[in-house]
Design a binder for this molecule. Structure first.
Ligand SMILES: N[C@@H](CCC(=O)N[C@@H](CS)C(=O)NCC(=O)O)C(=O)O
Length: 200
C-alpha cells in the first residue's frame, strides 16, 4: 500500500493533490510537524530531510514533492498525468517540474527572506523573471502543456495558489487567476483541499 506522509497547511498538499489525481489506493500518515514528529528517528528513515511530504511504496521511500508527483504519474499510468516518455511534450513537462523545485522555490525564498542575490548567481534568476516565464507558459493554457493536464500542473498550480492566494506575494495577473480557477474546479484538487482543511 502506498503511504503518503503529510501535514496540513504545508507543501505536502502538492503530493496530496497528486495522490487524489492518481486515483490509486493510499494511506495518509499524519506527521505533525508543529509538534516535532518529523524529527523522530522512525520518520528520519523515511525522509532524512525530516520534512513532509514523503511517500513509501512497499520497501522503498522517497521525498521531494516534485519527485513524488513524477513517481505517481508513472505509477498511475492510466490516469494520464504525464506525456509519454520520448514524446516532445516531455521537454516542457520535465522543465516545469524541475522549474517548480529549482526556480519557484528560490523565487519564494527571495521574497519571504527579502534577500538580494545578483541574478547571475541566483539559480532562479529573479522573482520577476520566474513569474514572467510562468505567465508565458500559461498564457495559452488551459494547462502548462496546453490541452493536457499533467503532474507539472500539480506543482505549478499549488505554488501559484500559495503565492497568489495564501501568501499574497505574487501579483494577481489575470493569467494566474484564471489558471487557478481551472485548478480549483478539478475534483481531485477539491478533495485534497478538503482533506487539508480537515487536517486529518
Ligand atoms: N523541498 C521539499 C520541501 C518540503 C518542506 O519544506 N516541508 C516543510 C513544510 S512546508 C516541512 O516539512 N517542515 C518541517 C521542518 O522543516 O521541520 C519538497 O518540495 O517536498
Amino acid at each position: 500500500m502506498l503511504k503518503l506522509y503529510w501535514a496540513p497547511q504545508s507543501r505536502a498538499v502538492r503530493a496530496l493533490w497528486m495522490m487524489e489525481e492518481a486515483g490509486l489506493p493510499y494511506e495518509r500518515v499524519l506527521v505533525d510537524i508543529r509538534s516535532g514528529d518529523q524529527s523522530k528517528a522512525d520518520y528520519a528513515k523515511i525522509n532524512p530531510m525530516m520534512k513532509v511530504p514523503a511517500l513509501s511504496d512497499g520497501d522503498v521511500s522517497m521525498a521531494e514533492s516534485g519527485a513524488i508527483c513524477a513517481y505517481m504519474a508513472e505509477k498511475a499510468a492510466g490516469a494520464n498525468l504525464a506525456p509519454p516518455v520520448g514524446s516532445p511534450q516531455r521537454a516542457r513537462y520535465l522543465h516545469a517540474l524541475f522549474f517548480a523545485a529549482g526556480c519557484i522555490e528560490g523565487a519564494f525564498a527571495e521574497k519571504f527572506g527579502n534577500i538580494q542575490i545578483p541574478t547571475l548567481q541566483a539559480g532562479w534568476g529573479s522573482f520577476d523573471r520566474v513569474m514572467d516565464v510562468l505567465e508565458d507558459w500559461l498564457r495559452q493554457g488551459p494547462w502548462v502543456l496546453g490541452d493536457r493536464f499533467s503532474a507539472a500542473d500539480v506543482m505549478i498550480g499549488t505554488d501559484l495558489h500559495f503565492g497568489v492566494r495564501l501568501f499574497n506575494i505574487i501579483d494577481k495577473r489575470p493569467v494566474f487567476v484564471e489558471y487557478l480557477d481551472r485548478c480549483m474546479q478539478r475534483p481531485a484538487w477539491q478533495r485534497a483541499q478538503a482533506i487539508d482543511a480537515a487536517g486529518v
